[in-house]
Ligand binder design. Structure first.
Ligand SMILES: NC(=O)c1ccc[n+]([C@@H]2O[C@H](COP(=O)([O-])OP(=O)(O)OC[C@H]3O[C@@H](n4cnc5c(N)ncnc54)[C@H](O)[C@@H]3O)[C@@H](O)[C@H]2O)c1
Length: 252
């Protein structure tokens, strides 16, 4: 019960890594406000976690919009009386080079991957401070450090996220810890969408798995383990850090 008594918001919780984090955090005793776009998947997750003894509320909506983030923070306070932890995990690929991507797709990708973190952190920090402090964990990507073809908006937004997190750690320490995780290839629907930017998606995913030192794709649970550690008291001296978790693909 490493998160007993803590209230956390997790965005992008209806699938992949966010869902694995929701399941893990709930098992560890956290009260959760979960966000995602699919009402159906979100309510199913809410039902399953509550059936297993969790304290979970799902809120559907696009976190690229300020008002959805306002609802998330309000829900945490109304249901659980306080807010300790925010995990900004929702992400969008927005495929295309800068001459191909539509203006709308570029804007939506920046809104989802970067502006949402600004909105939610800005709203959450005053609530955390009322309670003595808290922590924020953002899900970036190895795309912050390595370029992938036709991922212009994705690479730019994920790199900006790493810089934003470090800057926030400076502004809000020691009361609030702010960190980011930078996953490599993880087996979620998003990696298969990402592979569409290449000629042969099946082959590229297989090659990518083989290119890791661990010879496999990451599992959402691998990422949930790191996220759990970073938001727990065990990580109380960790802030302003960007953790790659990538099976060793970046060091090759
Ligand atoms: N899968 C990978 O290989 C990989 C690698 C590095 C980083 N990431 C990052 O990890 C995070 C989680 O991705 P995943 O791989 O689990 O993908 P996924 O597609 O399984 O899940 C993405 C989640 O984000 C939600 N989401 C997307 N846009 C949203 C929006 N505007 N508002 C609210 N929710 C929204 C979706 O509903 C879903 O719950 C993302 O930020 C992604 O960029 C993924």
């Amino acid at each position: 019960m490493r998160l007993k008594g803590k209230t956390a918001i997790i965005t992008g919780a209806t699938s992949g890594m966010g869902k694995a984090m929701a399941e893990r955090f709930s098992m560890e005793g956290a009260s959760l406000v979960l966000s995602g776009r699919s009402q159906e998947r979100g309510l199913e997750l809410e039902r399953n976690l509550n059936k297993a003894g969790g304290k979970v509320v799902f809120v559907a909506g696009d976190v690229g919009k300020l008002e959805v983030n306002e609802i998330l923070v309000k829900t945490a306070i109304e249901h659980f009386g306080k807010l300790d932890t925010v995990v900004t995990n929702a992400g969008k690929l927005g495929l295309g080079s800068i001459t191909e991507i539509s203006l709308n797709e570029w804007q939506e990708t920046i809104n989802t991957n970067l502006n949402s973190v600004f909105y939610l952190s800005r709203l959450a920090i005053p609530e955390m401070l009322k309670n003595g402090g808290g922590c924020i964990l953002a899900n970036s990507s190895i795309a912050a450090f390595k370029s992938f073809p036709n991922h212009a908006a994705y690479c730019a937004s994920k790199a900006a996220l790493v810089a934003l997190v470090k800057e926030m750690a400076v502004d809000y320490g020691p009361k609030i810890r702010v960190n980011t995780i930078c996953p490599g290839p993880v087996d979620t629907p998003l990696i298969w969408d990402s592979a569409q930017a290449f000629e042969n998606p099946e082959t590229i995913v297989q090659q990518t798995a083989n290119n890791t030192l661990m010879k496999r794709l990451g599992k959402p649970e691998d990422i949930a383990s790191l996220a759990l550690f970073l938001v727990s008291e065990e990580a109380s001296w960790i802030t302003g850090a960007a953790y790659t978790i990538d099976g060793g693909i970046l060091v090759k």
